[in-house]
Design a binder for this molecule. Structure first.
Ligand code: GDP
Ligand code: MN
Length: 396
């Protein structure tokens, strides 16, 4: 689950990570009040107005702007709140900005003495461990750094038995070219950051840039925090930070019905029990000359309710020209799934596209019989090969 910069920063701060302080605002008036408060609390007369959307690259798209006085705060906040912000990560349609973070300007005075770094903590699947990835090339697109100057990206593997060690934090500060107070502050920063990452059950923290201020303090200017969905049950307070307005509406609806759904661009909708089988089904659709319109794993309980919810979600996509249901009856009996499909079909009524149902496993024959005798416009198959042929036939 992704969260906003301001929420991520609040979490970091609660673990002792120094951040660029800020106050979130929904309106230009609130932004002005926030700027006044920042001036009182942090003596920050210049502020940055930062669009809060679940995508990076906001600076490039005009979503991060400096304001030198309260008039400018109001003006910039008016520009940014409500705008459709397009960044390299949002896609061409962009994302609507509902909130801004009004943050202290941490670059002045003495911008020439500041330095931006890159730092992230994430799970490295190849190493099977968490790593701290960091670079002297902060503030810019890390993918570009990786492509053109990969030797400027460092990785530190963390042993899960002992966690991040002091020598590792010092090595990181050293590789970043720091000395004196900034060196010490970086070791504290890294240690707090790693602790926060572990304690929150996150799958990624990305802080770009990490800033060394002109008075040698290290702080997080940006925060991209990705919490592991599977750990959220342990953190109800973090789970509450979910902002569904940032997510694909169909995917939100699917998650409310406990369906694992990812929208794709093709023309054949699919409904499958099990993620591996769903992947194989998508391959079969391609081999048959179609393109999968989605990934959808209905999980272990394919009953009339889940099948109905899945139908409704698939049918929201106007590109869908056919639906392939592929169920392996292991624990769940095929005839019960077949009955679920028939019931869901009757309840929804008038499904405008052909449906191919392939049921294999326990009671597959009974299931095929049920469907064939139901009188519905549903094609049934037991072998995947036959299902693929049917897909080909209905698309032709
Ligand atoms: P992103 O573009 O979505 O990654 O948003 P960031 O929070 O990283 O901000 C983008 C850029 O804005 C940073 O790389 C900085 O160069 C700049 N920026 C952020 N905060 C400040 C600030 O307090 N003062 C100044 N002058 N620039 C800032
Ligand atoms: Mn950034």
């Amino acid at each position: 689950m992704n969260i906003h910069e301001y929420q991520g920063k609040a979490i970091l701060k609660s673990f002792g990570v120094r951040i660029q302080e800020g106050i979130v605002a929904d309106t230009p008036e609130q932004a002005v009040e926030a700027a006044k408060k920042l001036k009182e609390d942090y003596d920050s007369s210049w502020v940055v107005i930062k669009a809060q959307i679940h995508a990076g690259g906001r600076g490039k798209g005009g979503g991060v702007k400096l304001a030198k006085n309260l008039d400018e705060v109001k003006e910039r906040a008016e520009q940014i709140i409500g705008m459709q912000l397009i960044t390299p990560q949002t896609g061409a349609e962009g994302k609507k900005v509902n909130k801004v973070l009004v943050a202290q300007d941490v670059y002045y005075p003495g911008e020439s003495e500041t330095k931006e770094f890159y730092m992230s903590v994430l799970m490295d699947r190849a190493a099977g461990r968490n790593i701290v990835m960091y670079s002297t090339e902060g503030g810019m697109d890390i993918e570009e750094v990786a492509e053109h100057t990969p030797h400027l990206i460092f990785k530190e593997e963390i042993d899960p038995k002992v966690g991040l060690q002091g020598f590792q934090a010092r090595k990181i500060a050293f590789n970043l070219g720091l000395s004196g107070d900034a060196f010490k502050d970086m070791t504290r920063f890294v240690a707090a950051l790693y602790k926060a990452y572990e304690a929150t059950d996150s799958s990624m923290f990305e802080i770009n840039p990490v800033l060394k201020t002109s008075d040698n303090k290290i702080l997080a200017v940006d925060a991209k925090v990705n919490l592991d969905d599977n750990g959220l049950f342990r953190h109800p307070d973090y789970a509450a930070l979910r902002d569904t307005s940032e997510e694909d509406p169909t995917e939100v609806e699917a998650s409310l019905s406990n369906l694992n759904y990812v929208k794709l661009d093709g023309n054949v909708g699919c409904m499958v029990n099990g993620a591996g089988l769903a992947m194989a089904t998508m391959d079969i659709i391609k081999i048959a000359g179609g393109e999968p319109a989605n990934f959808l794993d209905v999980g272990g309980t394919a009953n009339a309710q889940t099948v109905k919810a899945a139908f409704n979600i698939i049918l929201k996509d106007p590109n869908v020209k056919a639906i392939l249901i592929n169920i392996f009856g292991g624990i769940v009996r095929c005839d019960r799934v077949a009955q679920g499909v028939i019931d869901a079909y009757n309840e929804i009524g008038n499904i405008p596209v052909p449906i191919i149902v392939r049921l294999q496993g326990t009671n597959a024959e009974e299931a095929k019989k049920l469907i064939d005798e139901s009188g519905l416009q549903v094609y049934s198959a037991i072998l995947l090969k036959d299902a693929a042929e049917l897909v080909k036939k209905v698309l032709a």
